[in-house]
Write a protein that binds this ligand. Sequence first.
Ligand SMILES: N[C@@H](CCC(=O)N[C@@H](CS)C(=O)NCC(=O)O)C(=O)O
Length: 239
Amino acid sequence: MVDDTRRIVEEFVFYILRGGKMPPILYYLPPSPPCRCILLLGKMLDINFDLKVLNIMEGEHMKPDFVSMNPQHCIPTIKDETLILWESRAILSYLVAMYGKDDALYPADIKTRALVDSRVQFDLGTLYARFSDYFMPTIFMGAPLEESKKSKLNEALYWLECMLKGKTWLAAEHFTIADLTCGVTVSQIEAFEFDLRNYPKTRDWLQRFKDELEPYGYQEINQSGADVLAEMFKAKLLK
Ligand SMILES: N[C@@H](CCC(=O)N[C@@H](CS)C(=O)NCC(=O)O)C(=O)O
C-alpha cells in the first residue's frame, strides 16, 4: 500500500518534470537481449518507463491487441504518445534524441554519427545475427550446435576485434549506443561461455562496458538476463 502510494507520487512528479508528458510504455521481457538494451538506456537517461511485461514464451505477443499495434509482434516495442516503435536500435537513437540531456550517446557530428550507425548496423546485420543463428536453434528447439555457424560467429568477433584496435570505445572517444547494443550482444556470448580468448581487445572493452553500466543497474538488468538465457542454453545442451 505504502509502495503503491510512493509509486503514484513518483509517477506524478515525473509527469510534471516532463512537462505533463506521460513516460513511454515499454513492452518487454527481462531476459531478451534487445529489451535489456532499452532498459539499460532507460536507466542512463532516467526514463521512468511504464513497463509492460509481454511473455513471448506464452504467446502474449500474438494477442490481437499487441499485433494490431505491432504486426511484426516483436519486443522491445515502445509507445510514446502517438509513436509506436520497434527495432531496438531505432528505439535507442529515438530515446537519446527525445530524452537525452545532450547528444553524447548518439552524437550529432556527422562523421561520428556515421561510425555509430555503422557499428549499430554491424550488430543488427552481422554480430547479433550470427550470434542468434548459432545459439537460438539450440535454446528454442534443442537443435545441435553447428560448426559452420560457430565459424561465422568467430569471423564477426574477429571483425569487432579489428574495429577496437587503438580504441577505447567502438565509434567515438566516449561510450555511445554502438557500445550499448554490441556490448549486450557480446555479454550474452560471454555468458554462453563462448571462447573469447582470441579477442583480447574485445574482452577489455567488454569489461569497460560493464564498468560504465554498473551505476545503471548492469547486474540486475543485463547480467541476470544473460544468466537466465545461459541456463536455458545449458539445460538444452545437457538433454
Ligand atoms: N531486430 C529486433 C529483434 C527483436 C526480437 O527478435 N525480439 C524477440 C525477443 S528477443 C521477439 O520478440 N520474438 C518474438 C517474435 O518475434 O514473434 C530488435 O532488435 O528489436
